[in-house]
Design a protein around this ligand. Structure first.
Ligand code: WTA
Length: 633
């Protein structure tokens, strides 16, 4: 495969950027030419941010799986799409070629059809990091069903909320998942999530851990049985086929739930054509992917990074990826480097949190690991501190590999601001320059272009984007008004990211973190309101306030102030009960790191929680602050 839209020099970047802003229609049409369409589009772009109404490639017809799979079969059917590395390094590695992927995805599509799934139906996927997860995702896309993948760390309650919001009728899950030393009982969590649910018709269960599961007659089915049956239907005389559904460019492809500053997580909706083009365009440019390179994105497919840079971007580009079931520290802190050595990985893309946690183990885990195959390093999900950046550069890249710091969000589909590996310069802890098609602007509280400078002379403000790029969020599922309010109403005619940023005089951006009430804990987005609601569920809790605090490894830790009125047990026991409650309501990822019992919450006169306790002048009751400060953990 070749990538005519790959940017190879600083000059080409500048030219592409200019064209993308001055003539977006021509620019994106020429990129879109490189994909497989059943029918070409009539109109490249129609948009306003007021409603918002954003449509890319209207009139175009396609199926994303024909781009991810079918079009590669002739020339590279036997090339690995995935090299799957199991949780336990002694277990068998699985290599999934494009031919094999095609067959499995056709089988899943047939299996879903056999079970009554139709175009537009919502299928919830709650699985571990096994190749079957990718088959399930693409099987949905092949028949035009909308997949909604839920990360394996979410609780039954969280799943129940998402099933309800998406009105999902089908679930694909596993008996369990291996994560490091733990077995996670996925099916049993699904069973809890389904108590009282009347909508879900079928639950398909893939066997991974052979943990005993309950199977309800008429509802629960084994993946293996269904897939065997489907195999006899899709394969005739050694030829595999299952016709892909013809989709409109703007038909929804998937829903992915993510936290915001208010209420329950919202279902971010991405559509077929724009998302496909954006993930592929950014994958090929940011990582400077070349055919034959081995790409290793360490994210979980339960988050957007896995959707875009394990599944859709790399596959559409015909890449070979390592898919990893485990965690960076199991069986030891050398696991990533073992994988790099074993599979001769060329590109590794991971989170600053993972790097900070591995730094803590020193250089011992690197001993004897050959990392010479590495060419490009990447980070995503949170600001990277300079110390971690240099550790990555020196010890992993041996100062020979460009590092890309990619800034983006679930809502942006793929990367918006990043250097292009080896093409545009890196600047430690700076995401640097916008991708072609992305027009950032920093604004002040009133939505005016920012003029305030920080102590180093960098422009400082809230990060917004002026115009749509192909992968922008289209709506929040079932509630378009929520989408408008959340992203397009804070500042007129701008998409508001929720992040604060700095800008230098060369146009580089540095993201400093959220300016709304969203925390970024180990690169996972968690709404403070969500955690507060979970804590308040505990019987003895009167009220709580959650704030972030700097955490050496996680980036941000969760600090909870709790007014407690119960009588049961001592403080330590109560803390544990509260943690257990949060685990039940959201999942272990949202557990506070610290819980302080207080007599009053740090609120302003208008009832807003002070996230920063420095300024006490506007507080309702300054005495509360003294109490809080004196008893801080
Ligand atoms: C943060 C993850 C600094 C940011 C892809 C954003 C980053 C949120 C970076 C989105 C980065 C992501 N530097 N901060 N390179 N990348 N963020 O939706 O606060 O899980 O708003 O998407 O992560 O998180 P999400």
């Amino acid at each position: 495969m070749s990538y005519p839209f790959q940017i190879k020099s600083q000059e080409q970047y500048e030219k592409a950027y200019r064209e993308s802003v001055e003539q977006p229609d021509e620019f994106w049409a020429s990129v879109a030419e490189n994909f497989q369409w059943r029918k070409k589009w009539d109109k490249v772009l129609e948009w306003n941010f007021k409603e918002p109404n954003i449509k890319w490639f209207q009139g175009g017809k396609l199926n994303i799986t024909e781009n991810c799979i079918d079009r590669h079969l002739k020339t590279m059917g036997e090339k690995p799409a995935f090299i799957w590395e199991p949780n336990n390094p002694e277990d068998r590695v699985r290599v999934v070629t494009y031919n094999r992927l095609h067959k499995r995805v056709c089988q899943v599509a047939q299996m879903l059809k056999n079970n009554g799934v139709k175009k537009g139906d919502r299928v919830c996927i709650y699985m571990g990091m096994v190749p079957e997860l990718v088959y399930a995702i693409l099987g949905c896309a092949r028949i035009g069903a909308i997949h909604s993948v839920i990360f394996g760390g979410f609780s039954a309650q969280s799943i129940a909320d998402r099933l309800e919001d998406a009105q999902a009728e089908y679930i694909i899950t596993c008996d369990g998942a291996y994560r490091g030393g733990k077995d996670i009982p996925l099916k049993s969590v699904i069973d809890d999530a389904l108590i009282g649910n009347k909508k879900v018709k079928k639950v398909i269960v893939y066997t991974r851990t052979r943990t005993p599961v309950s199977m309800i007659k008429g509802r629960d089915l084994w993946w293996e049985d269904e897939m065997d049956h489907a195999e006899t239907q899709v394969e005739k005389d050694g030829v595999v086929s299952f016709p892909a559904e013809e989709m409109d460019a703007e038909d929804p492809l998937f829903i992915l739930y993510t936290s915001g500053s208010t209420g329950k997580p919202k279902g971010v909706v991405h559509t077929c054509a724009g998302y496909m083009i954006w993930t592929t365009y950014t994958f090929v440019n940011v990582f400077q992917y070349q055919p034959g390179l081995i790409h290793f994105c360490t994210a979980d497919i339960g988050w957007v990074t896995g959707h875009s840079y394990i599944v859709y971007g790399p596959l559409t580009a015909g890449a070979t990826s390592v898919m990893f079931e485990g965690i960076p520290t199991y069986p030891d802190a050398g696991r990533f480097w073992d994988i790099v050595d074993k599979h001769k990985v060329n590109i590794i893309y991971t989170a600053p949190t993972a790097l900070r946690s591995l730094m803590g183990f020193g250089l011992e885990p690197l001993k004897g690991k050959d990392l010479s195959s590495l060419k490009i390093l990447g980070t995503v999900g949170e600001p990277i501190n300079e110390e971690a950046w240099h550790w990555y550069d020196e010890n992993i890249g041996k100062k020979k590999c460009p590092i890309v710091d990619t800034w983006w969000q679930t809502e942006t589909g793929a990367c918006l601001i990043s250097n292009l590996a080896g093409v545009t310069p890196a600047k430690p802890s700076w995401a640097t320059l916008p991708m072609p098609g992305v027009q950032p602007v920093l604004v002040d509280e009133n939505g005016k272009e920012a003029t305030e400078k920080d102590e180093h002379g960098f422009l400082k403000g809230n990060l917004c984007i002026k115009a749509p790029w192909p992968g922008i969020i289209r709506t929040t599922y079932g509630d378009h008004e929520r989408c408008r309010k959340n992203y397009f109403a804070t500042y007129e005619n701008l998409y508001f990211t929720g992040d604060g940023a700095l800008k230098d005089d060369k146009g580089n951006y540095r993201i400093i973190g959220r300016v709304d009430d969203v925390l970024n804990v180990s690169g996972h987005r968690i709404g403070t309101a969500e955690v507060e609601n979970a804590i308040d569920t505990h019987a003895g809790v009167v009220e709580s306030a959650v704030v972030g605090y700097p955490h050496d490894i996680k980036g941000q830790g969760i600090y909870a102030y709790v007014i407690y009125n119960g009588k049961h047990g001592d403080d330590e026991m109560t803390r544990k009960d509260i943690l257990q409650t949060v685990t039940r309501v959201i999942g272990p990822i949202a557990k506070p790191d610290k819980i302080q019992f207080v007599s009053g919450l740090p609120k302003t006169r208008s009832g807003k929680i002070m996230r920063n306790l420095g300024d006490t002048t506007t507080l309702l009751d300054p005495a509360v602050v003294d109490d809080i400060k004196n008893n801080r953990l």
